[in-house]
Design a protein around this ligand. Structure first.
Ligand SMILES: NC(=O)c1ccc[n+]([C@@H]2O[C@H](COP(=O)([O-])OP(=O)(O)OC[C@H]3O[C@@H](n4cnc5c(N)ncnc54)[C@H](OP(=O)(O)O)[C@@H]3O)[C@@H](O)[C@H]2O)c1
Length: 269
C-alpha cells in the first residue's frame, strides 16, 4: 500500500485537546498540511490549538464530543462523514485509572470502558462501513498502549480496554474488502502527558517518552500504514524479548513497580 498523502485531505483526531492527540494534530497541520477535525470535550483547548495553527494554511473544524457517551461518538461520526470527505481518523482519546481495581467505582469504570472501548468500536464500525461502501482511499489509527500486550496490575481496567482494542482492530483489518483502507494500532509505552502528570506517576516519570517523539513516531506509523507499531527502539526490543517470558512473571514484575509507585505517592499524604 502507498503511504498516505495528507495534503489538503481531512483527518479527524480525537483527544486533540492535550498530549499525544494535540501533538499529532500539530504535525499533521504544520508538516503534512492536512485539514483537521479536532475533537475532545474541552472547547477552549481546541480553540487554542486552532488559533495556534491558523497561519499554517490548513482548514480546521472543531467538534466537541464526550466520548464516554456512545451517542456522542455516533454524532461525531455522522457530522464528520456528512460535512467533509474524510481521508483519515486517529482515534486517540483515552483515559486511565492508576490504583487498586477494588477502589475504582463502577461509574468511573464504565466511563473508561465507554471512552476506550465502546466509542472506539462504534466509530470504527461507522468508518469502516463508510470506506467499504465508497471504496475510497483512507486510513484509521487507533491508539492502544503497550499495556495491550501485557497485563498491567494497578491499571487492570485500562490494560483490559487496550488489549481489547489491539485484538479488535488487528482482527478487523483482515476482514477489509477495500484494499485502499488501512487500520493501524499504535501502542506506546509511557508518555509524558496529562495522563501521567499526576503525582501517582512521580516515581515513574523517568521512564516516560517525550510527547513530541511519541507523536512523530505515531504519525509515521499512520502514514506508512503499519499494522501495529510500538514507538522507541528500546520498547520494540523489549517487546520482542518479553515474548519469551511467562505473562505471570512479567505481570508480577510490573505489579511490583506500580505498587511501589502507588505506595510512595500514598505515604506523601
Ligand atoms: N500517556 C501515556 O503514558 C500513554 C501510554 C500509552 C498510550 N496512551 C494513550 O494515548 C492516548 C492519548 O493519551 P495522552 O497520554 O495524550 O493523555 P491526555 O493528555 O490525558 O489526553 C487524553 C485526551 O483524550 C481526551 N478525552 C478524555 N476523555 C474523553 C472523553 N470522555 N471524550 C472525549 N475526549 C476525551 C482528552 O480531552 P478532553 O479532556 O478535553 O475531553 C484529551 O484530549 C490515550 O488513548 C492513551 O490511552 C497514553
Amino acid at each position: 500500500m502507498k503511504p498516505l498523502q495528507f495534503r489538503n485531505k481531512w483527518v479527524l483526531v480525537t483527544g486533540a485537546s492535550s498530549g499525544l492527540g494535540r501533538e499529532m494534530a500539530r504535525l499533521l497541520a504544520l508538516e503534512h498540511k492536512a485539514n483537521l477535525i479536532l475533537s475532545a470535550r474541552r472547547r477552549d483547548k481546541l480553540e487554542e490549538l486552532k488559533a495556534e495553527l491558523s497561519g499554517s494554511g490548513v482548514e480546521i473544524n472543531i467538534k466537541v464530543a464526550d466520548l464516554s457517551i456512545p451517542a456522542e461518538a455516533d454524532r461525531l461520526m455522522e457530522e464528520c462523514l456528512s460535512e467533509q470527505s474524510l481521508y483519515g481518523a486517529i482515534l486517540n482519546a483515552g483515559v486511565t485509572y492508576f490504583g487498586r481495581q477494588t477502589e475504582l467505582d463502577w461509574q468511573k469504570f464504565e466511563n473508561i470502558l465507554h471512552t476506550n472501548v465502546i466509542s472506539v468500536v462504534r466509530m470504527t464500525n461507522r468508518l469502516v462501513s463508510h470506506f467499504e461502501q465508497t471504496g475510497e482511499e483512507g486510513a484509521l489509527m487507533v491508539v492502544a498502549s503497550m499495556a495491550a500486550f501485557y497485563p498491567v496490575p494497578y491499571q487492570a481496567a485500562y490494560s483490559g480496554t487496550k488489549g481489547f482494542i489491539l485484538n479488535f482492530i488487528t482482527a478487523l483489518s483482515h476482514e477489509l474488502q477495500n484494499k485502499k483502507l488501512s487500520l493501524t494500532v499504535y501502542a506506546p509505552a509511557g508518555i509524558a502527558t496529562e495522563m501521567t502528570g499526576g503525582e501517582k506517576f512521580d516515581s515513574l516519570k523517568g521512564w516516560l517518552m517525550p510527547v513530541d517523539q511519541a507523536a512523530r513516531e505515531g504519525l509515521s506509523a499512520f502514514r506508512t500504514r503499519k499494522y501495529t507499531y510500538i514507538p522507541g527502539i528500546l520498547n520494540r526490543l523489549g517487546s520482542v524479548f518479553m515474548r519469551f517470558l511467562p505473562a505471570k512473571f512479567l505481570a508480577g514484575r510490573m505489579g511490583k513497580v506500580y505498587r511501589e509507585a502507588l505506595l510512595r505517592s500514598e505515604t506523601r499524604h
